[in-house]
Each structure stands twice: as C-alpha cells, then as structure tokens.
Write a protein that binds this ligand. Structure first.
Ligand SMILES: *[C@@H]1O[C@H](CO)[C@@H](O)[C@H](O)[C@H]1NC(C)=O
Ligand SMILES: *[C@@H]1O[C@H](CO)[C@@H](O)[C@H](O)[C@H]1NC(C)=O
Ligand SMILES: *[C@@H]1O[C@H](CO)[C@@H](O)[C@H](O)[C@H]1NC(C)=O
Length: 558
C-alpha cells in the first residue's frame, strides 16, 4: 500500500479536498485503485449530533455512518463507498485507547499519548486503508490521507507526530507527504512567505513535504515557483500551480499537465501505472464550459440561506444537469414564504421548470412544502420530493384528493384525525430501543406495474431493476394503515422495503414527473453517473424524459 498524506497550512478552506480528490482521480486514470481517509482533529465521535448550522449537511454512508461533507466529496469525485472508519477523529482514537485501558489490555502499564495514541492512529490508518472501497470490491493500491486543520494547531499535533513515525513504519518508498498552501497576490506580486512558513513549521515536526500544491487565483509564475523551490527544499517541478479554473472537474487535468503522476510514480516506485487517460471525465470537464442552455430548478427548503446543508442535493442536481448537457440555474425558496403567500416566492415556483423538495428537519415550513406539492400536482410541474418532500406528497394527496381533512404527519401534529405519516422507528435488537433508520437499505419495486400495462417511471429510470439499494436517514414514514387507500386512490406506492411495510417510492402516473422517495438518493450521485430520481427530474424539466426512457428501453432490448 502506498500512502499519500496531505496537510495544509496558512488558512483552512483552501480547497485541500478538491486538490486531493483530483490527485486521486488522476491516479485512477493511470489504472490504480484509490481509497481515502480524512483525519479530523475534533473530539466529536460522530457527526449525527452536530448542528447543521455549524457543519453543513450530515452526509450518510452505506454503513449508516453520519459524517460531514468531506467524505461525500471523496465518494463523488472518486466513486468510492467509504465507511465510518474512514473518518478518524481525536475523539474516536482516544475512546478506543481508553476502552482498551479499561479492559486491562495494557497490563497495568502507564498509558500515554506517545506511544499509545500515536500507535493507535497508525494502526487505524493501516487497518482502514485495506477496506475495499472501489466498485469492484478490491483492495486499493494507494491511500490518500487528508489531515484536517492547519499545521501548527495544538489539535493536529498528535496526528502529525503519528504520521512522522508512520513514514518509517511503512518505509520511504511507500510514503509521500504533500503540502497545500496559499500563494496570495498582493499589489500584483505572488507572495511565497506563507508557504515558506508553513513548510518550516512542518519540517520542525520532522515532516518534509515532497510536493507543494500552491493555491492561487492565477497561474504560478516561473520565478515564484523557483523561489518556493529554493526555500522549501523541493525541486521546482514539484511545486504545482493549482490556480482557479472554470470548474472543479478540470483540476485533475491541471495536475496531469504538470506531471504529478510521474512525480508520484517515481517517488512511490509504483510499477503498474499506465499512461493517464481521463477519458469521459476530461470530455465532461471541457464540454461543460461551453454549454449555453440552462435548466431552472427551484429548491424549496428551510434555512435556504445556509446552502451547505443541501450540498449533496445540489451536487446531485448538477450531475443530472451535466448528463443533460445543461447548466443548472438553481433558485431558492424558503418554504414558509409559500405559507405566507409571499408573491416573489410563488413567482419562482410558477416560473421554474422543476421543483425539488429535499429532506428537512424540524416543524417550520412543512405546510409550505405541502402547498408546493399541490401546485406541482395540479399544474403538471415536474416535482421530486426527498424524505420529508416525499412525506409532503403523501400528506398533500390524502388531504386534497382523498378528502382526509387535516391529514398530517404525527411529527407535526400528534392528534391529527388522519396520521398518514407517523413514527415507526427501526428496532435495534441489541438495545431494544427505537432507532433512526440509517444507511443503506433495499427498496423493491413490487408495485411498479400499472393496470394500463405501463411501468413505473422511476423503475425505468433505475434501468428496470427489481430492487435497488439507497441510503436512508429518517424516523417517520407512511403509516401502513393508509397504504392501500392511497395506492388504490391513485398515488402509486411503487417501491417498498423487503417486508412490504415501509413505503419507499411514490409516483403519480399520467403526470410529467411527480415522484417522492423516502430515501436520500443524492448521496450516491456521481458526476458521470447521476442519481436516477434527479436525472428524471431534470429530463422532465427540459421535456426530454419520454425520449430518454424510450431510448433506454431499446437499449435494454425489450
Ligand atoms: C468526522 O467525524 C467528526 C466527528 O463527528 C466530525 O467532526 C467531522 O466533521 C467528520 N469528518 C468527516 C470528513 O466526515
Ligand atoms: C372527495 O370529495 C370530492 C368533492 O366532494 C368528490 O368529488 C370526490 O369523489 C371525493 N373523493 C374521494 C376519494 O372520496
Ligand atoms: C399539520 O400540523 C402542523 C403542526 O401542528 C400544523 O401547523 C398544520 O396546520 C397542520 N396541518 C393541517 C392541514 O392540519
């Protein structure tokens, strides 16, 4: 296993994650399997309890791990499926060591940061790097390790010490350290001092970077590169310019042009590397810049001021737009504004080409989402509801079509006469308590064949598979008592879990696109492989859904 460790200096938010995933993408283009680990110097043990205000969205992994958006970025860019262990935090490591100490594993010895914590970190890295994460289920050749925080923080020092030891544990030909730095431009001059200081700090910890990535608004000039090379003890070719480009998908191309793959091949003595071929990825990155048509989608949510909490949803919309060769024009609408009849909000809903209602938290704005679902149903506007947006579809249909006055979710109204969405926790056999339904679960298209002989649009978007796996994060769901009534009443509940008790997919036949899904398809969307429900929304928004489905049917040969 080859390890590429990346640290950052100067400031956070430099795009370290994009740089690292781009390096990974380039290595994949050279025929290597890549995995990724994120080290976060926080004391938190998982992200489930963290506020979306402070941390952006909670990203859900296959195994139910709740992490922040960085692991999501790796999964998307590199088409990986990561686990909870791929996020190492100070809290997790200390907890592990303290539990071992309580069990008496250290035989009464004094337990210390060095060597016990630092050893545990190294063991954790070696163990996790071996977990297969690529689509073919094979072990990776290269493990990328991002160290969060900036060099010099008190928090990250224990991890840097562990990594200093790690380079000897695995040997110099299996370890390379990279440093991501900022080169600011002040009065037209590219400044190298911050980089020099960052590297100096690293060296004082016994770590010496072999490659320096310089984030800059403009391309690094020859003399700047030379100066950094002179002061930081790396060859000038190992100082890479990561300047602003038209879209993030172009960064792997940028790194390839500067021969990063050759540098890594030589240092890490990788024998099985092929000539890089970014193929479809490069075509996409370059073509995107030229598209002129836009598709306008309206996102109805809460805290729309805080766009990070919908990051995966936005990415999934982008991926779908890419597949349709359109630019995405995203409009934001606060759900409560629809309840309060704010004209501007309703104008956006009326004028856009499609509506997305993503998952949400808390009470505020649910009725606004229900109103949006009603508008779309009555006006043939493409609609996709995710999680709470799916529940809004069910509640709306019960209220307005099935005449269940006051139908509601018990999450918001415990005493509703028609509790069509209610609390149905997953029973955990070990604790006997009710738990949130988290992580990958199966959905079966058991009710996807309609009386008129047609097949569910969503099933067809999933290439006519009988069952699919998507990620979940919810406690409330459609009340099984009402399922038959709703399904017979016209809102087809086409996809269900393996027991048939839990409703996963609703769709309205005869509508251009009216779909709700209980799971979160956005987590498995990839730039070159958009999530089917999102792809369907964008296709319907630009009026190409039928043509697409027909072509797919022909390709599948039925
Ligand atoms: C890893 O988990 C910690 C603790 O929950 C969290 O603070 C951090 O944001 C997570 N990092 C990633 C990349 O998910
Ligand atoms: C709901 O009420 C309307 C108006 O009274 C009626 O036309 C419709 O048939 C009713 N629908 C159902 C499912 O009972
Ligand atoms: C549903 O419940 C919420 C929360 O109690 C309430 O604000 C809303 O008015 C209810 N909707 C209907 C149609 O009863």
């Amino acid at each position: 296993m080859k390890y590429i460790v990346v640290t950052g200096g100067v400031v956070s938010g430099l795009g370290k994650g994009v740089t690292i995933s781009s390096m990974g993408r380039l290595l994949q283009a050279c025929g290597l399997r890549v995995t990724a680990i994120k080290i976060d110097p926080y004391l938190n043990v998982d992200a489930g309890t963290m506020s979306p205000f402070e941390h952006g969205e909670v990203f859900v992994l296959n195994d139910g791990g709740e992490t922040d958006l960085d692991l999501g970025n790796y999964e998307r860019f590199l088409s990986l499926e990561l686990t909870q262990d791929h996020n190492i935090t100070t809290g997790k490591v200390y907890r592990h060591v303290i539990l071992q100490e309580r069990r008496g594993d250290y035989l009464g010895k004094t337990v210390q940061v060095v060597p016990h914590i630092t050893n545990e970190i190294q063991d954790w890295i070696e163990r996790t790097a071996k977990i297969p994460t690529s689509e073919d289920g094979e072990e990776a050749d290269v493990c990328l390790i991002e160290v969060g925080g900036t060099v010099g923080d008190i928090e990250s020092s224990v991890f840097l010490e562990a990594l200093r030891q790690f380079q000897f544990r695995v040997g110099p030909e299996n370890f390379i350290l990279c440093f991501v730095s900022l080169v600011p431009i002040l009065s037209d001059e590219q400044k190298t001092k911050p980089t020099q200081h960052g590297v100096k700090d690293l060296r004082s910890l016994g770590l010496s970077p072999s490659v320096i990535f310089c984030r800059c608004t403009e391309e690094l000039l020859g003399p700047t590169r030379q100066k950094i090379s002179d002061f930081c003890h790396v060859p000038a070719e190992h100082v890479l310019s990561v300047h602003d480009v038209k879209n993030v998908y172009q960064v792997p191309i940028l790194l390839q042009q500067q021969n990063l793959h050759l540098i890594l091949e030589k240092h890490l003595q990788i024998s099985k590397m092929t000539k890089p071929d970014l193929g479809a990825w490069a075509l996409m990155a370059n073509a995107m810049a030229q598209w002129s048509e836009t598709v306008q989608i309206c996102l109805i949510g809460k805290y729309t001021g805080l766009q990070d909490s919908y990051l995966s949803v936005i990415k999934a919309l982008r991926h779908a737009a890419i597949a349709c060769q359109h630019k995405l024009d995203l409009q934001w609408v606060e759900a409560t504004d629809l309840e309060n009849d704010v004209e501007e909000a309703w104008d956006k809903v009326r004028n856009c080409q499609g509506i997305i209602v993503p998952g949400g938290f808390g009470n505020r704005g649910f009725d606004g989402k229900v109103l949006a679902a009603k508008y779309c149903r009555e006006n043939n506007k493409p609609y996709l509801g995710v999680c709470l947006g799916f529940q809004a579809v069910v509640v709306e249909y019960c209220r307005n079509v099935l005449n269940m006055t006051g139908a509601n979710s018990t999450e918001f109204d415990e005493k509703s006469d028609y509790p069509v969405v209610f609390f149905m926790p997953e029973i955990d056999k070990t604790t006997m308590g009710g738990n949130m339904r988290l992580g990958s679960r199966v959905t079966k298209f058991t009710h996807a064949q309609f009386d008129d002989g047609s097949t569910s649009v969503l099933k067809r978007l999933y290439k006519n598979k009988e069952s699919i796996h998507e990620r979940h994060r919810h406690r409330y769901e459609v009340n099984p008592e009402y399922v038959d009534q709703i399904h017979e009443g016209g809102l087809k509940l086409v996809g269900r879990d393996e027991t048939g008790e839990r409703m996963e997919v609703a769709e309205l036949p005869g509508h251009p696109y009216y779909v709700g899904v209980q799971y979160h398809p956005e987590f498995k969307s990839r730039p070159l492989n958009p999530s089917p429900p999102f792809h369907g929304l964008v296709l319907a928004a630009i009026g190409k859904l039928d043509a697409y489905l027909e072509e797919e049917t022909m390709l599948l040969g039925n």
